[in-house]
Structures are given as structure tokens and as C-alpha cells.
Ligand binder design. Sequence first.
Ligand code: 13P
Ligand code: SF4
Length: 304
Amino acid sequence: MVKDIQEKILQLKKEKDCFILAHSYVAKEITEIADSVGDSFQLSVAAKNIPNKMILFCGVHFMAETAKILSPDKKVVLASPYAGCPMAEQFLPEKVISFKEEHPDYAVVSYVNTTAALKCVTDVCVTSASALKVVKNMPEENILFIPDINLGSYVKENCPEKNFVLWNGGCPIHGAMTEKDAIMAKSRHPGAKLLVHPECPPEVCKQAAYIGSTSGIMNYVDNSDDKEFIIGTEISIAELLSYKYPEKNFYPMSKHLICADMKETTLMDVYKALSGTGGLEIKMSEETTKKASRCIEKMIELSK
Ligand code: 13P
Ligand code: SF4
């Protein structure tokens, strides 16, 4: 049955001249029919160079917005209208504007997990894969880093030459991990390497053999001879890695590492969005697209 729907989706995709982008955290039956699967950075780069008329995004709202900002002439549709990232709306643009007025010598660095409105008042955007390199390559010394305090702390620790102001936002899933979760997972699997996402709190990161974005964690496994890993990010990554390396063992750091918003999209949502009976088309004014694109283009440039 799943295969039948997947076949229909592939047919519709051809008819509509559509390119499907999917974040690695969405369900496997969706990533199987996507044209490009990756983390936030990989998907932003992919969204910039799509020749098709339509982009269907399987992920959360800010990601589809980012694709629209990068490809304003395309029809961009988010497969599930209800998939949002709670972190993206934690701060209002007005708060950033008044900070900038009080601190004109600070550059605003925003994690890509932000609304288009927030991107309009951001100097440089980052993803977890690009954050450190981008911040190091920026000429500015004083940085306001929003909204993720954990990613901000990770960048601050690895970039001691700059001054940081961090605001207290973050991912409710990765941010809820505790030192105890990491220690317990390590004691259950003493031979396994712990790999964690920098959206986890610093005391969790301290327990890890490696800290990196979703693609960073996957690349680490690709280049490692180890046989066992504890995966400190969304549970789908441990699953994807198990399929890729069936002879190795992957354990999620915690059973609670499940992003309900990333799991919101179903295969039927993809089918309905393509057949024109579902999904949410991303609409944005030309002014917002233009203003918001500057910080993303800057990220791509500074991460080269
Ligand atoms: P990356 O895709 O940058 O690894 O971020 C993970 C995440 O939580 C996306 O919302
Ligand atoms: Fe947002 Fe966290 Fe879910 Fe990513 S994992 S979409 S940051 S809530």
C-alpha cells in the first residue's frame, strides 16, 4: 500500500514538474521518494539551484520559507500546513531592532530556525553545520546570537576571539536532554561513541566524542571504523544510519528525541499537496524575500 502511494507521488511529481526536498528527520517512506534529503544547510543550498517549476518541502514551515526566499520564482509548498518549529518564533523582530539600536556595534547572527520576518533584521544566518565557520569568517567581533542558546554556547566556546550575547531560546527536543541522559546511554553501551547535535545543552555536549550537525554526525559515521554509536539527535538519524550500516549498531541517546513537528508530515500529506488538495503554498512579499535573502546568501558565501 505504501509502495502504491509512493508510485502515485512519483507520477504526480513528474506531471507537476516538482522537486521534493525532505529534511532527514521526516519519515522514511517520505525520504525514499524525495529528490534531495539532508540537513538544513544541505537543503538551503539545494533549494537555490532547482530547475523545476515547483518545490514541495517535507519538513517544517521555516524551511519551506527559506526555500521560497532562495527560489522566489518557484511555487513552494509545505507538505503539512501544521508542521512548524517552536524555536523559529521565540523572538520577535522588534526585540532585535531595539537591541541593534542600543548596540550598533553588534552583528545579529540568527540560526536558520527563524521566521522570514526575523531573517529580515538579521545580518548573517547560520545553520548548525555552518555556524562556526560563518561566525569565524565574519569581520565583526561582537555578535548577538539567536535564538538557540545551546548552539550559541557551542559557537562561543569554539570562537574565543569574539564577544557574544546569547538569548535564552532553543529546541525543546534537543534542549531537554540532560547530562544524566548522556551518562546513562554511555553506561548502557560502554563500547559506543556518543555523537551529539549542538542544539543539546553544553553539559550533554561535554560527554560526547563528537559534536556536529545532522550531516556532521552522518559524515562522522561514514568515516569511522567504530561499530557502535549513541546518536544524540532526532531519533530518525539513528534509524537512517542503521539502514545504511546494517552491520553496525546505532542507539538513540534517549527515546524522547522525537520531533513531533518533523513527524507531522505523512505520505498522504505529500500526495495531497501534489494533487492540489492539501499542503500550504508559501506566499511572501517581494520586499520580505529580498530583505530575508541577504542573510542567507551571506551564510552561503561565508561558509565557502
Ligand atoms: P540541522 O538540520 O542543521 O542539523 O538542524 C537540526 C534541526 O533541528 C532542524 O530543525
Ligand atoms: Fe525545531 Fe527542534 Fe524540531 Fe528541529 S528538532 S524542527 S529545532 S523543534
